[in-house]
Design a protein around this ligand. Structure first.
Ligand code: HOZ
Length: 430
């Protein structure tokens, strides 16, 4: 059979790009076959180089809450572009965006803009260590905080997808400072704090996990975490790179009423361009150079195009109050999928918070990484390809979140559920 254009492009890319991709989960290694090369996106749809059209639930892994090529964001980027792409000097837009973020997420007194979520978490950790004069950082099994050296321990996303416990190339001395606890387990958290009293600089957490598939926090878990960190003088960092502006205007901290000391943002913040941020309590943030001694910098930090896209995205979100709509759409998909799963006697569970969801096969419930790892990966791969063949593009790993956008219409959700019913019927026949 003749090779598709995507397969040819993958063969070409592999010669000059490790694995043919610039971020490992894009390789489809967990689900097999060659990834589709994308030509363009429009609203809720993706179009590949072979002329196929897909309903997209990856949304570039989270940023595209308005779908692809939103006209107002595109207009703002074009307007900014005409004035120049980068100045390496402050611009008014940066002040405006910082003010908007503070208004929407009041725990962020001050923030610094960076270019990615990884930079945001890396910098928040450094700042917490300087503030507390302690070295240890506690993370949760299965949470992913970008590819920061000390955070690639029992990590989610690609590390879970490829079953990598940690990454070579990271000195032991770095990972020795990383403690790992189990998500949603208050007893375990208390035990770690008892063992490491007064030495933990920070706890970093995805308040809603998105990188071991979607896992919501158990009631009281985040509140208990807030209490224990406060009692021990430990900085609490919420990694809201995925959940920021996704689950509510205030992110997960707004949804659950828990205020962290520092917050990391990315994805939606940049309106589809590379932008991240970390921010929070003024007394901690003022330790940053040039105000204080903690160094952090970036040539393209606060890039005018990304800032213009971000301002427009946040303005659109504030204008529209979209979270009820997103929740309804997510709920429609979840209920429809659950009906199909029970009708065809699947052992599976759909985890969802608002517009983020994951289908886990072969398990009854998933509350932490250990349970997520028990899911049936082969069934997930069949599900992924079955949906793809029916025109629905999902994350190519069970350890990632799928995203519904405001561009998804009722008819799109209906089409998705029909595809799912169709696949499930075929799968259950064996
Ligand atoms: N960090 C993303 C998954 N949670 C992957 C980004 C990408 O591969 O594009």
């Amino acid at each position: 059979m003749a090779r598709s254009k995507s397969e040819n492009l993958m063969a070409r890319s592999r010669k000059r790009i490790p694995g043919g991709v610039n971020s490992p989960v894009r390789s489809w290694s967990a689900v097999g076959k060659s990834p589709r090369f994308i030509k363009r996106g429009h609203a809720a749809y993706l179009f590949d180089v072979d002329g196929k059209k897909y309903l997209d639930y990856v949304g570039s892994w989270g940023p595209l809450i308005f779908g692809h090529a939103n006209s107002e964001i595109a207009k703002a980027i074009k307007k900014a572009l005409e004035k120049g792409t980068t100045f390496g000097a402050p611009t008014e837009g940066e002040a405006e965006l910082a003010e908007m973020v503070h208004t929407m997420v009041p725990s962020i007194d001050k923030l610094r803009l960076v270019s990615s979520g990884t930079e945001a978490t890396m910098s928040a950790i450094r700042l917490s260590r300087a503030y507390t004069k302690r070295d240890k950082v506690l993370k949760f099994d299965g949470c992913y905080h970008g590819h920061v050296d000390s955070m690639l321990v029992q990590s989610g996303s690609g590390m879970a997808t490829f079953s990598l416990p940690d990454s070579p190339g990271i000195p032991n001395a770095y990972t020795q400072e990383t403690l790992v606890a189990s998500f949603n387990d208050i007893d375990n958290l208390e035990a770690v704090f008892r063992e490491y009293t007064d030495v933990i600089a920070a706890v970093i957490i995805e308040p809603i996990c998105g990188n071991m598939g979607v896992i919501p926090p158990a009631p009281e878990f985040l509140h208990a975490l807030r209490e224990i960190t406060k009692d021990h003088g430990t900085v609490l960092i919420f990694d809201e790179v995925i959940t920021g502006f996704r689950v509510s205007a205030k992110g997960a901290q707004g949804l659950y009423g828990v205020t962290p000391d520092l917050t990391c943002l990315g994805k939606i913040l940049g309106g589809g361009l590379p932008l991240g941020a970390f921010g929070g309590r003024q007394d901690i943030m003022d330790l940053l150079a040039p105000e204080g001694p903690v160094y952090q910098a970036g040539t393209l930090s606060g890039n005018p195009l990304a800032v213009a896209a971000g301002i427009t995205a946040l303005k659109l979100l504030s204008r529209r109050e979209p979270y009820l709509e997103l929740d309804e759409k997510g709920s429609q998909l979840q209920c429809g999928m659950e009906d199909t799963l029970s009708k065809h006697h699947f052992r599976a569970t759909v985890n969802r918070v608002g517009s983020m969801f994951t289908v886990f096969f072969g398990v009854d419930g998933v509350r932490n990484a250990e349970e997520a790892r028990c899911c049936d990966r082969e069934c997930f791969a069949r599900f992924f390809h079955g949906m793809l063949d029916r025109g629905v593009y999902l994350p190519p790993s069970p350890f990632e979140a799928a995203f519904v956008s405001l561009a998804h219409q009722r008819r799109d959700l209906k089409k998705t559920l029909e595809a799912f019913e169709n696949w499930a019927k075929e799968e259950s026949r064996g």
